[in-house]
Design a protein. Structure first.
Length: 85
């Protein structure tokens, strides 16, 4: 069972870094024209799109990556506590 938790935690960690890199790259390439930006958008959009549809827009600021990061960190903590019990 810990193998499943480890794999899930690894996936969440990769997703966390991908969302952070996507957010930073969006400052330099807001349209996502770069192939790296496009790949990160394709990889992270299934997580960010549902959050974006629920959250109201705040002008030009998109807070959905920050909420996604917060949710991923919470999931990682829940997995960690489940493994340690």
């Amino acid at each position: 069972m810990t193998l499943v938790f480890s794999i899930l935690n690894l996936f969440l960690q990769i997703m966390l870094f991908a969302i952070i890199i996507r957010a930073v790259l969006s400052w330099f390439d807001p349209r996502g024209q770069n192939p790296v930006s496009r790949a990160l958008i394709e990889f992270t959009e299934p997580i960010i799109a549902p959050i974006r549809s629920i959250m109201p827009r705040m002008g030009m600021i998109d807070l959905s990556p920050m909420i996604a990061i917060f949710i991923i960190i919470m999931l990682q903590q829940m997995i960690s506590s489940a493994v340690n019990t």
